[in-house]
Design a protein around this ligand. Sequence first.
Ligand code: NDP
Length: 291
Amino acid sequence: MTAQILDGKALGQKLRADFRQRAERLASQDARPGLAVILVGDDPASQVYVRNKVDACAQTGFYSERHVYSANVEAQTVFARIAELNADPKIHGILVQLPLPRHFDADAVLEAIAPDKDVDGFRAENLGALTRGRPCFIPCTPHGVMKFFEEAGIPIKGREAVVVGRSNIVGKPMALLLMHAGATVTVCHSQTRDLKAHCRRADILVVAVGKAKMITGDMIKPGAVVIDVGMNRLEDGKLCGDVDFASAKDLAAFITPVPGGVGPMTITMLLANTLESAERAANAGANLWRS
Ligand code: NDP
């Protein structure tokens, strides 16, 4: 078997074409979707992610702002900027690029973002709402993964799903979304005994660890759907995932490549959340006008 590739670039472009039209409609009502991205420090990977997000906004007809600070900026300066952006009607989404320098309390920074502009969906309140099944925004990476399933018609109900990684931004929300969609979910992490045995049971395997090629073909159930969230930079500068693509692709029924799989979908779902936020704001404004 050779796996069908789940192409994040192609699916992202298809979704973004629809977003562009919706953004133009909002712009004609003077309500163009707007995203503000805050970057602290000079981590090269973060700089690339921020540039990609800002470029994606421009290509989709969104307004965007980039606020860049040196690593030794005082936390108060960043909090003050977030407060301004919370009150700015041009801005519908605020994203703080992680990781932040050590002297920042990242949770406190994320909590400072207004709930209706938390387009990453990382605030505790939003994660709690996601646990209940009614989030304000679905975190972008797992949201993008669910779009792959939807687009490819991959059934979830009743299937065994294994998520490797339990971070607040990927593993946990991914597990919750799969559970809400009807899968029986197992979450593995660094303390898991016999990771291979868990992975081998998975009809749907989502890997978000950050260790290059750690999931090899012998850990994959024939016919599984394999989603590789990992992004690792090899010594030769190339990007690779957490899954050993070469050995996995002959066993899986579907697989995401790295690059070109989950990464572009994460940015696409950031646009989706920003657009949704702008549409909610426009509707709220229209309702206020009517009442
Ligand atoms: P974190 O470092 O926050 O979490 C990693 C998780 O992997 C932890 O839960 C950890 O377990 C677990 N883990 C570590 N070692 C093992 C092991 N040997 N076996 C099983 N589990 C293990 O990472 P993130 O969730 O933020 O990101 C994961 C990867 O996804 C990274 O490569 C990141 O770059 C990438 N990423 C990609 C995105 C995209 O758009 N494509 C978006 C976000 C992230 P424990 O909790 O016990 O420590």
